[in-house]
Design a protein around this ligand. Structure first.
Ligand SMILES: CCCCCCCCCCCCCC(=O)SCCNC(=O)CCNC(=O)[C@H](O)C(C)(C)COP(=O)(O)OP(=O)(O)OC[C@H]1O[C@@H](n2cnc3c(N)ncnc32)[C@H](O)[C@@H]1OP(=O)(O)O
Length: 448
């Protein structure tokens, strides 16, 4: 049952919110076009829809960086390629402005992603990051940034260890609203591909709300109100029939303190143990990111953050009486700015990130996940989070109901560039899109 159906939310407003959170609409006819209509994507090394089973592996013929042109594709004479420097505050401001004003679809939007410089530094500067993978298009003369795409390095592991290769994660593709539908996106995609190929990397992972040829998996967004009263104030949650405001507030109330014994914030000294824990835990999924210890420090602790007060990533561990770390859980914060509301100017939003536990027994495992997530919700509330999101990826389906997450209308499609493999369960029924209760997904990788 979706959040809309069970009367949790005001249908129109919440649908719009969910779409923005998911960066994509529920499947519309326009999106379900045929392969021949994907003028750009049909020329790219990606799997077709409903492909007859073929052997797993790269789609393109083998090439070397020397086979790749040294210079970028030509742009119209009024535009130029730029490389953005995420260590330079002015460049960060330009990325911020482009995304703030254009990453959300509707012109009259009252919500904007409240990106921060810290968020970009975290998202765009993991170990091994390259400046020339932060690609922009500017208008010559005015110097205005009108297009952006980024790649960050990662190691991907498929099929429970059977295949492992270096690849990139592509994110933040954005084109100024006034330049939409002019085929600039394919140009940016080809340019980032060229720059990545020059480094002898031939595969990429990316997610999108839109349907493109052809998803390796699809997950559904779910949402857990934390501050129901505020969500109601700003018009995102309506009062279901037969309920009172106080009954809704009581429904979503959380304890003031965490309950798991040994729960505490993750520290730098925990990196080795957390690295071992997640490496073991990830073996249960079909598509995962392989982390180095350096990457764990970056993604879970944001060790290079200049502003520890302005948290982007929150990670907690459970340490037992022997000093052993048995579990960890993390989430990242990306609030919305609310425009035109007299009382509230920000909506606090958390996204579940990575977690792991060493508990193997089946019943205990589910209970453990529920208590970890509930404790994460308690900590998120203290950080002024109003709604906590998670996908049907990982083993999230085991706690979604119990921790009071409601399915949304947003879906996230996962794609591999230049790699073919069998589709992976995203924790939902592919036809009905219903969440598979008590059945988990094969998707272990979490994308921003
Ligand atoms: C080895 C290394 C490989 C590296 C590269 C790996 C691939 C990376 C792929 C990128 C992963 C990005 C991951 C993220 O960041 S997902 C987030 C995407 N960004 C947004 O949704 C922000 C708001 N929207 C926009 O800024 C624009 O509408 C965008 C930029 C999305 C399209 O601009 P515009 O609306 O002005 O269109 P066009 O005329 O230029 O181009 C039309 C063509 O573009 C295809 N299109 C539309 N949306 C997407 C999309 N989200 N991924 C891939 N392709 C997309 C579309 O099907 C059509 O192709 P075809 O239907 O004719 O075939």
């Amino acid at each position: 049952m979706s959040g809309k159906e069970n009367g949790l939310f005001d249908p129109k407003l919440i649908e719009e919110l969910l779409r923005k959170l998911a960066m994509g609409d529920p499947l519309s006819e326009k999106q379900q076009k045929e392969m021949k209509d994907y003028k750009f994507w049909k020329t790219q090394p990606v799997p077709l829809f409903d492909e007859k089973s073929q052997a797993d592996g790269p789609i393109d013929s083998v090439r070397t960086p020397d086979d790749i042109p040294d210079t970028p594709l030509k742009l119209l004479s009024s535009f130029e390629w730029v490389t953005l420097d995420v260590e330079n505050e002015d460049d960060l401001d330009q990325i911020y402005t482009l995304l703030y004003e254009n990453y959300v679809e509707d012109v009259d939007s009252t919500l904007r992603f409240k990106y921060s410089h810290d968020f970009f530094k975290w998202a765009l500067k993991p170990p091994g990051w390259r400046k020339d993978w932060h690609v922009g298009v500017k208008v010559k003369g005015s110097g205005k940034l009108v297009g952006f795409i980024s790649a960050v390095p990662m190691t991907l592991n498929l099929k429970k260890g059977a295949t492992e290769f270096p690849c990139v994660e592509i994110n933040f593709l954005c084109i100024h609203k006034k330049l939409r539908d002019k085929r600039l996106a394919p140009t940016l995609i080809k340019e980032i591909t060229r720059r990545v190929n020059k480094q002898n990397i031939w595969q990429a992972l990316y997610t999108a709300g839109v349907v493109l040829p052809a998803p390796v998996s699809v997950c559904r967004y779910t949402h857990r109100p934390i501050n129901w009263s505020k969500l109601h104030d700003v018009g995102f949650s309506h009062l279901p029939q037969g309920e009172s405001k106080s009954s809704m507030i009581a429904k979503y109330a959380l304890p003031s303190e965490t309950k798991t014994k040994g729960w505490r914030e993750m520290k730098l000294e925990d990196v080795d143990q957390v690295h071992a824990l997640i490496t073991e835990y990830q073996k249960r999924f079909d598509i995962v990111q392989v982390f180095s210890k350096e990457e764990i420090s970056h993604w879970l602790l944001d060790v290079n953050s200049c502003n520890p007060e302005n948290k982007v990533i929150c990670s907690y561990v459970v340490e037992n009486s022997d000093g052993r770390i048995t579990d960890f859980i993390s989430y990242y914060l990306l609030p919305f700015t609310i425009l035109n509301d007299k009382t509230h100017n920000e909506l606090g939003i958390a996204y579940l990130f990575y977690y792991a536990t060493d508990l193997a027994d089946k019943d205990g495992y589910k209970k453990r996940l529920i208590s970890l997530v509930n404790d994460a919700l308690v900590t998120a509330k203290k950080l002024n989070v109003d709604v906590f999101n998670c996908l049907t990826s990982q083993d999230n389906n085991l706690f979604i109901d119990e921790a009071k997450f409601a399915p949304g209308d947003g879906y996230l499609n996962y794609y591999l560039f230049n790699y073919r493999t069998k589709t992976i369960s995203g924790g939902i029924n592919v036809e009905s899109k219903e969440i598979l209760k008590n059945s988990t997904s094969g998707v272990g990788v979490v994308m921003l």
